[in-house]
Ligand binder design. Sequence first.
Ligand code: C2E
Ligand code: MG
Ligand code: MG
Length: 532
Amino acid sequence: MTLDELTDAWLRGVAAAGFVPGVRARARAALRDLLEEFVAAVRAEPFDPAPGHRIGAELVDLRMSAPPVLGTTVHLLGGHLPAIVGAGDRVLDLLDSLVTGFVAAQRDAAVRAAEEMNRSEKIHWRAVQLDLQRRLQQAVLHHPDTGLPNEQHLRKTLAELDGDGRLGLLLLSLDRYDELADTLGHDKGARLLAAVARRLRPLGVLAHLADDQFAVLVTGTAGPDDLIKVADQASRVLAPAFPIDGHSLHVHACIGLVERPVAGSDPGRWLHDARLALRWARHDRRGPELFDPGRAAEERRRHRLAAEMPAALDRGEFVLHYQPLVRLADGVTIGVEALARWNRPGAPGPQQFIQVAERTGLIHRLGRALLEQACREGAARSGDLLISVNLSPVQLADPGLVATVADILHRTGLPAARLQLEITETAEALPYRAALIALGDLGVRLALDDFGTGYSSLAVLTGLPFTEAKLAAEFLAGAGHGGVLRHIVEACHAMGMTVTAEGIETAEQEQILRDLGCDHGQGYHLGRPAPL
Ligand code: C2E
Ligand code: MG
Ligand code: MG
């Protein structure tokens, strides 16, 4: 949803309550301005919820002061703005302040009106005010379609928790509800939600956070298993079709779970952690996901890492170490493998930061920089030392890759025959046959890395220009009984590939692999990665 669409929905909601005073276009412009102010306040650094108060008061000044207006406002802004501008917690803080501002402005207006009244008018007004107050409460703390407690309500409940017991929070989101609501129309959508609510209600204290999102508080759990049982029950009760107006509708829900002792828990974390677990459930599609602090910490670390990497690359913090590739027959170093290092105290190893770079897309820039560095440093060495550089499967998907490699070879002056590109044997890499063939045509060597850990059978390799197979270190564990290994080495040779054994840590292993016919070896026993 865009801000414009949200403005229109807001205006519709306000109008449905019959409270658009004056010219509609002017009312829309006014709401649009308020929305802009709200968004600016969400984004402001440092964050301050005070502007919400003023926006609430302005709604009253615009004579949009009926309870449904406030309910619609809280519902729409709270439901959609986090997706548009992020910072869901800020949106909610601002909405809290908006509600206070709205209520205060309304009270002030009432007081001003009351000053001009006689005694019996005042008594009547007092009753109207109390009723208004009650309806405001209802509007602010409940979902308009189901009348269930909403997110504000749930947050208040969670904030007021105390006691010795444990508690479970189940967060449930309906898959593709937006699509359903679009085809059904709002009324039928609302009826579906009401029907969903009826089925969920027996499971615990039910809240309705956003259209497609429900929460169930389960008190007195003895441990996570109890909550998982409730989650299974929720999936079961939602499974039968919902008959709505002759349609038979199926809904599927993803479920995130948090279960922990009440004492010592941070009230703000309950929903936050449940949302994270829900995100995992949506992503992994393995059924209900229980919040796991280890996984959450790992994700936070990854996010921090991802955020720091581009600047680190600009500062030249990524460097290469080189590990010798040794010919087993005579012990001569015929090449080196370039291995990326993040040159910063406490930095993670390449497995981690390469994976993060792959996810963020930084791998393209990082991979280019590393390849260029390896080729430059390699070209500066005389002789025919082979420079072996790892390529991520993500880089293979880049249509500009072949041109980039050609350009780097040209600029650094490294002969193509001295460059080897290592491609890990994964399901992602092998479909890029055209790219692999074009790389082979450049005259560079191609090595299949970590062979034996992945997916390919030798048959997949036919027609691909691999010149070398690097046997994964895991393979060496079984090298003592060389039966399978000997066959693999022979098959690789028959396909015209040389064979490198990785991870050689002892003289015995070196001997066994030499006897098995491996051409080259790599490992701590033969040389550790180090600057060239
Ligand atoms: P890889 O390409 O299979 O690299 C071999 C890894 O095994 C290296 O770990 C190396 O230090 C380690 N190793 C070498 N000899 C031994 C040994 O005797 N015993 C044991 N246990 N390990 C040994 P490293 O440097 O941590 O790299 C890990 C992986 O990260 C690499 O596996 C590669 O997949 C990836 N990687 C490293 N640098 C780059 C890069 O520049 N680009 C890309 N795309 N991936 C990279
Ligand atoms: Mg490698
Ligand atoms: Mg390897």
